[in-house]
Design a protein around this ligand. Structure first.
Ligand code: FUC
Length: 729
């Protein structure tokens, strides 16, 4: 792989905007750092993945995953009302189908490491960059006549992030640790340990830095002073006492965990650790390589983006595209390590705020699935493991939601069905959101479980299917089997009430829910067959045939709501529910989920035509968050329209990428970065039900190219080249 460089010629502004737009980030899945690159007064912002407020706490003795108690009664009444009229005309009761807000919490900032070189000398030849081909962030400059370099690298097996400071001539510098929460500090001559407990939920945390190398370290006040150094290292690690053991969500203590980490770390030489860390990172990133003709001549990322938006240098445009395709992979490598219990959240692992937007949580009505969308096809199977674990961890708390809102009870040791809705935290928050109009999404879980099966489809790893994925699928299906209601008029099983994310009225079985539940039953059918669970297989088949997810409306588009003909023909009055009106250019395109990621439209020309019409109706390359453009790009690729797929893809790059290459909604959100990678893969390879199609939607801009390591189901892996739009070998 060539070097993909995100380069700057000045430091990031030291504020929230600088963090979002200009700081450079790496991580080892558990820990993340964002580096600002100030030559003499460096700021390294730090994160630990499990540092969350909310959840169980002495302050909330009744914490119950946000679930309220009176949902089921309301559900029955609402179901009855919706069934009679196909649409909910009065929303008086709907607030009972919401969850609490208190106790939701948010993913937290851990704090900062500050590094300061006291010197009034002149700074020359400054540059900083993130080389995503080797996983390093580098800041380089000349201080008078001394060349100084700082390199940051994440160590995966050791749960440490290292900063190496080298200089041609000896330097002195100070290092301190400032945590973003009330903490105590223990200073030793070459280390600082900061620790405390979050006020909201008493979650204990500890962060530790230690200096190694040839500088002489001692501490003065709250700082470590390093003297006469030409080669020093700062090792950073952190822990909490979080564990995914429902309902306590605590285990061990951070101090002990950190002690173990450092003991293991010190058993090896730093050189060896760096070598191994670099080897591991490269083994992940190198699983996939794409060549679109990109050429790089040392441009800054600002120049790359400017050229992409307004310039003419085509090979530089291709370079930026290749870079961003790899960056989506680098982000998931850095925020989703195989041994973890928590998957990547909305911002991966990188967050500098204690009140981040959307709590930097796990959103299941598209974002979570998109964050993991490119893993399988680019060979990042290990990185999918936290996603499997996390979804399994929702089963126990999700049974409570199934009982309280849907009347589906599981006694001890029973697995009668679990459910979670739009948003999740690390503490089993499976209830619907606190506002029905985004918070209710019974099919979000089906989608996440569908996504988990992809791990098996690509790897054929039978043991993981049997022990982790199939039980999850089975329990999820069991929930829907009990929750669907029968519509005699149309001989159809309905999920109801349903709300299409995040617009329109409350209706019976909309396309979003029916498609996702159908897709879940589709994979359940395959999985039950492999596992030889024939009794269950028979039940699945019966239900699947009655879900009937897709219909075409009077004006030839795929229906988003099941009974929408009157609305489009104008005979329907929206007056009574203005706020729930359909929004033509809405960012969610939930009625086409059967097209992508599903395969429900395959070989059906009528449906494909209707999908095309629906997608044109939503608009192309218009304003919207990055994830929405990536999603539409995937949809166009499935319609084999490479030029429109590319319009969305390039619009995302032009309008939704900060100069540090992070996608923004705003704020920075990982889904757009990962979705961009996936959409490139969809343009290059279609993995159908029974066939593989090469270059199904190649845009004219990518006339020539090659790919190494694009993966498909059943352990298939392809390397190939194309010229003039045709596959050559
Ligand atoms: C979904 C989207 C929003 C946002 C949020 C995190 O609910 O509709 O646009 O991305 O997730």
């Amino acid at each position: 792989m060539k070097d993909y460089i995100i380069k700057f010629n000045k430091p990031a502004a030291k504020n929230h905007s600088g963090f979002q737009r200009e700081a450079l980030s790496i991580g080892n899945g558990f820990l993340g750092i964002s580096v600002f690159g100030d030559p003499l007064s460096e700021l390294i912002q730090i994160n630990e993945k499990s540092l969350w407020t909310g959840g169980p706490s002495k302050k909330r003795p009744d914490y119950n995953g946000g679930n309220k108690n009176n949902g089921y009664k309301t559900l029955l009444a609402v179901q009855k009302a919706v069934k009679e009229k196909d649409i909910l005309k009065s929303n008086n009761n709907i607030s009972a189908l919401t969850g609490e807000k208190n106790g939701y919490g948010a993913y937290q900032n851990l704090g900062n490491i500050n590094l300061s070189i006291k010197n009034n000398g002149k700074i020359k030849s400054y540059e900083r960059f993130h080389n995503i081909s080797c996983g390093e962030i580098v800041t380089k400059f000349k201080l008078d006549n001394n060349n100084i370099t700082r390199k940051h690298l994440a160590c995966f097996s050791h749960n440490v992030i290292l900063t190496q400071i080298t200089s041609m001539k000896p330097i002195n510098f100070t290092v301190d640790l400032k945590l973003a929460h009330k903490a105590e500090y223990i200073f030793c001559e070459n280390s600082i340990y900061g620790f405390g407990a979050l006020e909201d939920n008493n979650l204990q945390f500890g962060a530790f830095i230690k200096i190694y190398g040839n500088g002489k370290a001692h501490n003065i006040g709250d700082k470590l002073v390093i003297e006469n150094s030409t080669n020093s290292y700062i090792a950073f690690t952190a822990e909490t006492n979080y564990s995914d053991n429902y309902p306590i969500y605590r285990n061990g203590n951070p101090k002990e965990k950190i002690k173990k980490t450092i003991q293991a770390f010190e058993k090896n030489s730093i050189e060896k650790i760096i070598k191994n860390a670099s080897k591991y990172y490269k083994s992940r990133i190198n699983k996939f390589d794409i060549e679109l003709g990109g050429k790089y001549n040392g441009e800054t990322s600002k120049e790359l983006l400017r050229n992409y938006r307004y310039g003419k240098n085509k090979s530089l445009k291709r370079y930026l595209e290749e870079l961003l395709i790899q960056y989506g992979r680098a982000c998931i490598i850095g925020s989703s390590y195989k041994d973890e219990v928590l998957p990547a959240n909305l911002q991966g692992v990188w967050n500098d705020s204690n009140t981040p937007i959307w709590s930097s949580d796990y959103h299941l009505n598209i974002n979570f699935q998109m964050i993991y969308s490119h893993c399988a096809c680019t060979g990042l199977f290990d990185e999918m493991q936290p996603m499997l674990r996390f979804m399994n961890a929702q089963r126990a708390p999700g049974r409570i939601t199934a009982e309280l809102y849907h009347g589906i009870k599981s006694k001890k040791n029973e697995e009668n069905g679990f459910i979670c809705h739009t948003q999740l935290t690390s503490f089993g928050w499976t209830c619907p959101g606190w506002n029905f109009y985004w918070g209710w999404s019974t099919a979000a879980a089906a989608w996440a479980v569908y996504k988990c099966y992809e791990y098996y489809e690509y790897t054929n790893d039978y043991n993981t299917l049997k022990n982790e994925i199939y039980p999850l699928i089975k329990e999820s299906c069991t929930f829907y089997m009990k929750n669907l209601i029968y519509d005699e008029k149309n001989d159809r099983l309905l999920s109801t009430p349903t709300y299409s994310p995040e617009q329109g009225p409350i209706t019976n079985g909309n396309t979003y829910e029916q498609s996702l539940i159908y897709m879940l039953f589709d994979i359940a059918e395959k999985a039950a067959d492999i596992i030889n669970d024939f009794e269950f297989l028979a039940k699945i088949k019966k239900i699947k045939s009655k879900l009937k997810p897709l219909e075409i409306n009077k004006i030839g588009m795929i229906k988003e709501w099941y009974n929408e003909d009157d609305w489009f023909s104008g005979s329907f009055s929206w007056k009574f529910m203005k706020s729930t009106k359909r929004q033509k250019h809405h960012r969610h395109v939930s009625h086409l989920l059967g097209l992508y990621p599903g395969k429900l439209f395959e070989n059906n020309e009528t449906l494909l035509l209707a999908a095309e019409k629906s997608l044109y109706d939503r608009g192309i390359g218009i304003r919207g968050p990055g994830w929405s453009k990536a999603f539409k790009s995937c949809l166009w690729a499935r319609l084999k329209n490479g030029d429109n797929a590319y319009k969305e893809f390039s619009s995302l790059i032009k309008h939704n990428i900060y100069i540090n290459m992070k996608d923004f909604h705003p704020p920075f959100q990982l889904d757009g970065n990962c979705g961009l990678t996936k959409s490139a893969c969809e343009m290059i390879l279609y993995n159908g039900k029974n066939n593989i199609e090469f270059l199904p939607a190649l845009p004219k801009e990518w006339k020539n190219g090659s790919i190494k390591g694009i993966y498909a189901t059943n352990k298939q892996k392809f390397n190939f080249t194309w010229e003039n739009g045709k596959k050559t070998k």
